[in-house]
Design a protein around this ligand. Structure first.
Ligand code: PMP
Length: 363
């Protein structure tokens, strides 16, 4: 049988492993930080009607500039951060924020260039670096997975990266990131600072996002996604806000018509229903906070989280605990950190069942 070693694969990809969150047909899926609430009926109807209209002209290529979608995304971001409105010229989008991040690396990374990250962090950052031939360099976090301005600046001075990626809040730890760290990182580099805000909507109300730092910082990019709070993971729509010149750089590397007419129509329709799509965010935050309170009563040590998941320590045997939950029709995530597991905050019923099953685990 042919193996990878038999193929003329790029040398720098030999020995690497693909992204591999297990996909299993389990009743309670709390492993990839989706919004687990069903899509509301009124949204289903609205999106379906929009997609039907789009299908009538799929004989034509879609709007390469996804103009209407950029207008809706700019309006959505401006609503969420009214003191720092974003214009459509400052918005980019692609098939998931993974593709948005890939565009950033294609334009600003690549062979001979390096990206600095702070593990444990989102595993795709290093995988996208590998795929684009960008060297992935790392620096340690402080206690409790935090990054102070001093830590970030010291790492940037040491590594001299072309791109710095900061995940805020961080996956898989849930750790918040202060705006002062982002600003200090920006001042310490001539490169791109990419802030991955996939979980921004779960941050405490009133906390400013990195969007507020965009004015006057043309090398700063803030990526977001409709996959998490927005309950739209299956539609694949991620986006980014930055200076219009940075957006122009991404146009150099995108494939023409990368966002299908169906994706564009569905995303615009979902954004028109933003309040309904986001109605569950408060309930999800409440379940996250409940996990933070109840896991310690079971002997585990959860870490502070501003996202829709909780990383918890004190797990004697993560593999065995994962398998035990799986045998009970619940899947969570082993993120490869010693004595830790990560669980998504689901519906109240899902969270209750997870906690009940975990409490009954023979230890
Ligand atoms: N960034 C972070 C921090 C994530 O956790 C994820 C999804 N797990 C993504 C980006 C990518 O999400 P998507 O491609 O669905 O937008």
């Amino acid at each position: 049988m042919t193996g990878l070693d038999d193929l003329p694969l790029r040398d720098d990809l030999r020995g690497s492993t693909p992204y591999g969150a297990p996909q299993k047909p389990v009743r309670i899926q709390l492993n990839v930080n989706e919004n687990t609430h069903p899509v509301p009926d009124e949204v289903v109807n609205h999106v379906t009607a929009a997609v039907e209209r789009a299908v009538r002209s799929v004989n034509r290529y879609p709007d390469r500039e996804f103009t209407e979608l950029r207008e809706h995304l700019a309006a959505y971001l401006s609503d969420s951060e009214p003191s720092h409105p974003v214009t459509p010229e400052q918005v980019w989008a692609a098939n998931g924020s993974n593709e948005v991040i890939q565009h950033v690396l294609q334009a600003f990374g690549g062979p001979g260039r390096r990206m600095l990250g702070f593990p444990p962090t989102y595993s795709m950052h290093s995988i996208i670096a590998a795929g684009t031939g960008t060297e992935w360099v790392t620096a340690h976090r402080d206690a409790e997975f935090r990054i102070t301005p001093e830590t970030a600046v010291a790492a940037i001075e040491r590594e001299q990266p072309d791109i710095v990626v900061l995940c805020a809040p961080n996956n898989p730890t849930g750790t918040p990131l202060g705006l002062e760290t982002i600003a200090a990182a920006y001042d310490a580099t001539d490169g791109i600072v990419l802030v991955d805000e996939a979980y921004a909507e779960f941050m405490p109300a009133g906390h400013a996002s990195a969007l507020s730092l965009l004015p006057g910082r043309p090398r700063l990019a803030v990526s977001r996604t409709m996959s998490k709070a927005f309950a739209f993971a299956g539609a694949r729509l991620g986006y980014l806000a930055a200076d219009p010149a940075l957006i122009d750089a991404l146009r150099l590397v995108r494939l023409p018509y990368h966002l299908s007419a169906i994706t564009q129509a569905a995303a615009v329709a979902a954004l028109q229903q933003a309040p309904a799509m986001l109605a569950t965010v408060e309930a999800i935050r409440a379940q996250r906070d409940r996990l933070l309170v109840e896991l310690p009563t079971l002997g585990y040590s959860p870490h502070e989280s501003w996202a829709n998941f909780v990383l918890f320590g004190g797990v004697h045997d993560p593999r065995a605990t994962f398998e035990y939950l799986l045998a009970n029709d619940i899947i969570i995530r082993d993120v490869g950190l010693a004595q830790h597991l990560r669980v998504t905050a689901g519906t109240e019923a899902e969270t209750s069942e997870f906690l009940d099953v975990l409490a009954k685990m023979p230890r």
